[in-house]
Design a binder for this molecule. Structure first.
Ligand code: SF4
Length: 388
């Protein structure tokens, strides 16, 4: 809606190598024509800006792929162009995802100078053996060094760790997490390893090269994570994201709260003015589409009310704060987006909290989120008992 704050996502699709667990839109290329990519991103950005006039930009997020491989001059060009297209909020959050390789860490000062004010660093582990298993190109030592450089250059730094690897124990993970919590960042993303279809790990698991950790062991590690982060005043505000009060990722909060965002670059998704947009995934196809059409869009479809409401439910229940199911139903002109009888049953079993039409998961509920969503979502606009 005109006047509502806007988020901008910029996808840089290139990586130095493909990690075996990764199902993101990432590609390895021997050479990249930086000038062509700068022009392409600026053109794609202009297309979105023309459709989203009079908006205030609240956040920009450079994701990937590995955007810390971008020439900082391209990052600057995108940020500057966004500021020409839109009003920029005085406290605009500009995040860039970075890998901790030394070459990339050397660019942190230039990226800060270009306008990035929040760095999200993919440390993934402090253990060299785990990093090798994850196919990462950096060592634990390089990771710590990159974190130090990041903390010198950016006011806000977050880092990611991946846990629940085969063989992970409570003792091992609690030691690593305690170390993570002692490193002075105010935001952490802590992901459990999941085996995604089509990845190298998926074929390794199929060939029994390794066995993933059991769901029970993963659940215990999640509970341990919840307890330790809460104790350190950095509780979960989303299923896998932990922050001190006020240090949450505003950009990601906008996704989970179902706000509009423009998504540019290969494979980027966007949601604007009731439309869902998806860009061409393959970098070469994206460039061809841009040359032909002046934008990289592969698909642009109107979001049906029920579909949008279901998405808002799925995204919103990831947040510890939960959602106002009544307000979402009203926003999309539906009677209800949940089956309230089932919601109340799950409140009774201790998996959901409810206050009027506001619902959220409890700690045991967060472990079963997918199941809960399947239970309570109104799959079509049926007339359910309206909550009081
Ligand atoms: S660096 Fe990130 S985006 Fe690139 S392959 Fe590895 S996990 Fe995927």
């Amino acid at each position: 809606m005109s006047g509502e704050p806007l988020a901008l996502y910029v996808h840089w699709p290139f990586c130095v190598s493909k990690c075996p667990y990764c199902d993101f839109n990432s590609h390895v290329r021997t050479s990249i024509d930086e000038a062509a990519w700068r022009d392409a991103l600026l053109l794609d950005l202009r297309h979105e800006a023309q459709l989203l006039e009079n908006r205030t930009l609240a956040s920009i997020f450079f994701g990937g792929g590995t955007p810390s491989l971008m020439d900082p001059a391209i990052v600057r060009a995108v940020i500057d162009a966004a500021a020409l297209h839109w009003n920029v909020a005085p406290d605009v959050e500009v995040t860039l995802e970075a890998n901790p390789n030394s070459v990339e860490a050397a660019r942190f000062a230039d990226l800060a100078d270009a306008g990035v004010n929040r760095l999200s660093l993919g440390l993934q582990s402090f253990d060299d053996e785990a990093l090798r298993f994850l196919g990462r190109a950096h060592s634990a030592r390089e990771g710590f060094r990159a974190l130090e450089i990041a903390q010198r250059n950016f006011r806000r730094v977050s880092f990611d760790l991946i846990y629940a690897l085969p063989g992970d124990t409570e003792a091992g993970w609690s030691a690593m997490l305690a170390q993570a919590l002692s490193l002075g960042t105010r935001h952490l993303s802590l992901y459990q390893l999941t085996i995604e279809p089509g990845t190298r790990f998926a074929s390794m698991v199929a060939k029994r090269s390794f066995v993933p950790i059991s769901p029970d062991a993963a659940a215990s590690l999640y509970e341990l994570t919840d307890a330790m982060t809460s104790e350190a005043s950095m509780p979960a505000y989303e299923i896998s994201n932990y922050a001190r009060a006020g240090q949450e990722s505003r950009h990601n909060l906008n996704y989970w709260r179902y706000g509009d965002y423009a998504g540019i670059g290969p494979g980027a998704h966007g949601r604007r003015l009731g439309m869902r947009t998806v860009r061409h995934k393959k970098p070469e196809n994206f460039l061809t589409a841009l040359r032909r059409n002046g934008h990289g869009i592969a698909e642009e479809v109107p979001l049906q009310e029920q579909e949008a409401a279901d998405e808002a439910l799925v995204m919103g229940l990831r947040l510890r704060d939960g959602i106002d199911a009544g307000a979402i139903a009203e926003r999309f002109g539906l009677t209800s987006i949940v089956d309230w009888q089932r919601v109340d049953r799950l409140v009774g079993s201790g998996h959901l909290r409810r206050e009027g039409t506001h619902i959220g998961t409890t700690a045991p509920g967060r472990l079963l989120l997918d199941h809960i969503l399947g239970e309570i979502a109104a799959s079509e606009p049926k007339v359910y008992a309206v909550a009081s």
